[in-house]
Design a protein around this ligand. Structure first.
Ligand SMILES: [Zn+2]
Length: 471
C-alpha cells in the first residue's frame, strides 16, 4: 500500500513522496534550554524518534535534525535570577535534555545545531528578507517580518490575519506596520547577550533560527517538519513565511505535529503547577514503561500521564521482556536450526506503521506475536522444534526495535530494573533447589512463599522452575 502520512498543511493523509527518492530529511523543533525537560519534551522526542526509526526500517536514508534554542528570553531571565551567564544556563540544560532523552531510548539527532552557532546564517536571512521587502528595520535595532507582504500567511494554521488579530492579544506597537508582524531580530537591551549586525547589536528571534538552520542543513525544500501541536501557530506559520518569502520554493512537504500531554487529565502547564520533569517520573517508573506509555498512543492523540497509565504500560513492558527472556532461555537449550521463515506479523506490523505511523496497532500486533510466542516457548521447553520460536523471537526483536522497545538490544539493567530483579529471583530459586536437594523442605518452601509474597509466580516444570512477575 505504501506509506501515508497525515499532513497538518492539507489536513488529510497523503501518500508519502520525498523530495529525493530513497531519502528523507526531517527537522524537529528542539527544546529551549532553561529548565529540566518535562513530559511534553519526552513526548515529542519519542514520537519523532519512532517516526525516524520507521522511515529507516522502510529503507529510507534518513537525515534527522533537531535544534537547540540556546538564546531566548527565558534563558536570560533564569540566568539573571541565578546570577550567572545565560551561556552557562543553556549549556547545563542542553546536557540535561540530551541525558534525559537518552534514558527513554531516543537516538541522538544526526545534527543538533545550536542557535548561537548560526548567527551568521540568520543575519544573512534577515538581509535577504529586507531585500525582498518582506522585512523592515525599525528604531531600536529590531527588524520585523511584514505578514501582509506574504500572501500565504495563515495557510498552515488555517486562519486569516483578521481571525488572528481577533484571537491574539497583541500589544500595539507604533513601530509595526501590522500588529501581527513579528520580530526577526531583537536589538540588545543592557546586560543581554548580543551579536553585531547591520542593525546594531542584537539577537535573533526564535522563529528565525529554525528557518536558517533547517535550510542550512536540509536545503530550501525538505520532507518532514515536526513539533508539538502548540507550535503550529505562530512558530511554524512564521518559519514558513520567513523561508518561502526568500526562496519562493515550498519550504516543507509534510508538516507533522504530535498531540498534547496531560497529567491526571489536566493540561500540562507550569502555571497549573502540574509541571513534572521527566527525571521525576523516571525516579518512580522504569524508563521502558515510560516509553511504552508514549509509544502505545498514536502520535497525534493526547496522552495522559497517570499512575494507573504508567502501571499498565509497565505491565505491557514486562510482557515484552518476559517473553524475550523465556524465549532466549528456551532456545539456548535447543538445537541451532533456523528456517528463516518470514512471519505474517511483520507484514501486519509495517502495514500499521505505514498508516500514518499507527503505533497503537503496531503494538497490538507485537502482543499477538508475544501470545503466540509464549505458547511456542512451552513447546520448545518440552523438547519441540525450535525453528518457529526462533523466527518469532527474531521478528519480535526487529519489530520492537522499530519502536525503540526491544528488550534484547536496549535498556541496560539500571534502566529497566528487570535484569536486576531477574538475577535475584534466579539466585533465590537456585538456593531453593539446593535446599530441596538437601531435603531441607522447610527452607525451600519458605523461599517460594517469600517469592509469591513479593509478586513472583513460580511454576515447577520438568526442565526446572519457571517464574514470572504477577500482574
Ligand atoms: Zn522551530
Amino acid at each position: 500500500m505504501g506509506l501515508v502520512v497525515y499532513n497538518t498543511f492539507s489536513r488529510r493523509k497523503e501518500p508519502f513522496e520525498p523530495v529525493a527518492a530513497g531519502r528523507v530529511s526531517i527537522y524537529v523543533c528542539g527544546p529551549t534550554v532553561y529548565d529540566l525537560p518535562h513530559l511534553g519534551h519526552a513526548r515529542a522526542a519519542v514520537a519523532f524518534d519512532v517516526i525516524r526509526r520507521t522511515f529507516r526500517a522502510l529503507g529510507y536514508d534518513v537525515t534527522y535534525v533537531m535544534n537547540i534554542t540556546d538564546v531566548d528570553d527565558k534563558i536570560i531571565t533564569r540566568a539573571n535570577e541565578e546570577g550567572r551567564s545565560p551561556f552557562a544556563v543553556a549549556d547545563e540544560y542542553t546536557r540535561a535534555y540530551q541525558a534525559s532523552m537518552a534514558r527513554v531510548g531516543v537516538l541522538p539527532p544526526d545534527i543538533a545545531p545550536r542557535a548561537t552557532g548560526h548567527i551568521i546564517e540568520m543575519v544573512a536571512l534577515v538581509e535577504q528578507l529586507i531585500g525582498t521587502g518582506a522585512a523592515y528595520p525599525v528604531e531600536g535595532g529590531d527588524v520585523y517580518f511584514s505578514v501582509r507582504s506574504f500572501g500565504k500567511y495563515g495557510e498552515l494554521s488555517n486562519r486569516s490575519l483578521d481571525d488572528m488579530r481577533a484571537g491574539e492579544r497583541v500589544e500595539p506597537d507604533p513601530r509595526k506596520r501590522d500588529p501581527m508582524d513579528f520580530a526577526l531580530w531583537k536589538g540588545a537591551k543592557p546586560g543581554e547577550p548580543s551579536w553585531p549586525s547591520p542593525w546594531g547589536p542584537g539577537r535573533p528571534g526564535w522563529h528565525l533560527e529554525c528557518s536558517a538552520m533547517s535550510m542550512k542543513y536540509l536545503g530550501e525544500s525538505f520532507d518532514v517538519h515536526g513539533g508539538g501541536q502548540d507550535l503550529i501557530f505562530p512558530h511554524h506559520e512564521n518559519e514558513r513565511a520567513q523561508s518561502e518569502a526568500v526562496t519562493t520554493a515550498p519550504f516543507v512537504r509534510f508538516w507533522l505535529h504530535n498531540g498534547f500531554v496531560t497529567i491526571n487529565e489536566e493540561k500540562m502547564s507550569k502555571s497549573l503547577k502540574n509541571f513534572v520533569s521527566l527525571d521525576d517520573v523516571l525516579a518512580q517508573y522504569p524508563a521502558p514503561a515510560v516509553r511504552m506509555l508514549l509509544v502505545a498512543a498514536h502520535y497525534r492523540s493526547p496522552i495522559d500521564f497517570s499512575p494507573d497509565g504508567l502501571d499498565e504500560a509497565g505491565a505491557m513492558w514486562q510482557r515484552f521482556s518476559t517473553f524475550a527472556r523465556n524465549a532466549t532461555d528456551a532456545l539456548d537449550a535447543a538445537p541451532e536450526i533456523d528456517d528463516g521463515r518470514p512471519l505474517s506479523f511483520e507484514a501486519d506490523f509495517f502495514a500499521a506503521l505505514e498508516d500514518d505511523f499507527n503505533t497503537p496497532s503496531a503494538v497490538a500486533v507485537l502482543f499477538e506475536l508475544v501470545n503466540a510466542g509464549n505458547v511456542l516457548v512451552e513447546q520448545v521447553e518440552a523438547g519441540g522444534d525450535p525453528r518457529l520460536l526462533r523466527a518469532h523471537l527474531a521478528t519480535f526483536s526487529k519489530m520492537a526495535g522499530v519502536l525503540g522497545l526491544d528488550p534484547l538490544t536496549q535498556w541496560p539493567a539500571e534502566e529497566s530494573g528487570a535484569e536486576i530483579v531477574g538475577s535475584l529471583v534466579e539466585s533465590l530459586l537456585e538456593m531453593r533447589e539446593r535446599a530441596r536437594e538437601a531435603r531441607d523442605f522447610e527452607t525451600a518452601d519458605l523461599i517460594r512463599e517469600r517469592l509469591v509474597k513479593a509478586g513472583v509466580v513460580v511454576e515447577d516444570r520438568p526442565g526446572g522452575p519457571r517464574w514470572r512477575i504477577k500482574r
